[in-house]
Design a protein. Structure first.
Length: 259
């Protein structure tokens, strides 16, 4: 059987410049936990939970940059292993077992490839020339996933104006491993739903996100690309111990070259 990740991300591996530009505009930041960087802050910050050394983060950034540019998960796993070995990073989640390391590298790879793909596509869908003829967006469920989520299936085919509030939280991916996507259409297809289901914006108390969306995924990748990191710190989308926050402020104050 073909590797399910390879099948599910086949479309996302058709790289394009908006996707690459989105990722390369990020700043690599040290973190202790994955949720130190919250939702839309991922548009501006690159993290690997628990990675804090500058050289390690730089190597991991370059490894993911290659993945966003078209490298396979096998190539990424080799680059990840080399980065970890060079830095001497130990104690990371997944370390120590073949299954754990496969899971961790798959998670990092798929999350970065799918969100950068989504952000790049969103930028394309918002181009004025396209909006002039295709002002509706259609939610498409990825049929290739091994474990379809009932709510994501329920949204399949939903067609709404591009500026409907639904897209602020439900522009996929909508969780870990989700490969749902959005396409632009001229008008709803015959029989397509044109109103979100009742309760679509109800918050699940277990996740703090709308029902059907994983914790921390209720945002549209790319929508906050123009928001400054300072604003995100002030808005508590980026949380750090005070010492790291001061270092971040100093880094933000200095000009930097984009890769």
């Amino acid at each position: 059987m073909a590797d399910s990740l390879s099948v599910a991300l086949k479309a996302a591996r058709q790289r394009f410049q908006e996707q690459i530009d989105f990722f390369r505009a990020k700043l690599a930041l040290p973190t202790e936990r994955w949720d130190d960087i919250w939702q839309g802050a991922h548009d501006r910050a690159f993290i690997v939970a628990g990675a804090q050394k500058a050289d390690l983060l730089s190597d991991l950034f370059q490894a993911v940059d290659k993945a966003v540019g078209g490298a396979s998960i096998g190539e990424f796993r080799r680059d990840f292993a080399q980065a970890v070995a060079r830095s001497g990073w130990t104690g990371w989640t997944g370390e120590g077992t073949k299954a754990g390391e496969a899971w961790r590298t798959r998670t990092i790879y798929s999350a970065n490839v799918s969100t950068s793909y989504s952000a790049g596509r969103r930028a394309q869908l918002l181009q004025p020339g396209l909006l002039a003829v295709r002002r509706f967006w259609c939610y498409l469920h990825a049929d290739g996933v091994l474990h379809p989520r009932p709510m994501h299936l329920a949204w399949n085919g939903l067609t709404l104006p591009y500026d409907h509030p639904f897209w602020q939280t439900h522009f996929g991916p909508n969780g870990w491993g989700c490969q749902c996507r959005v396409v632009a259409v001229r008008a709803p297809a015959d029989g397509a739903p044109t109103e979100p289901p009742d309760g679509w914006d109800d918050i699940d108390p277990k996740t703090g996100a709308p029902v059907g969306i994983d914790r921390g995924w209720a945002y549209a990748p790319g929508a906050d690309s123009d928001t400054s990191l300072q604003q995100m710190v002030q808005g508590k989308l980026i949380t750090y111990p005070s010492a790291i926050a001061r270092a971040l402020s100093q880094d933000l104050a200095a000009p930097r070259a984009r890769p």
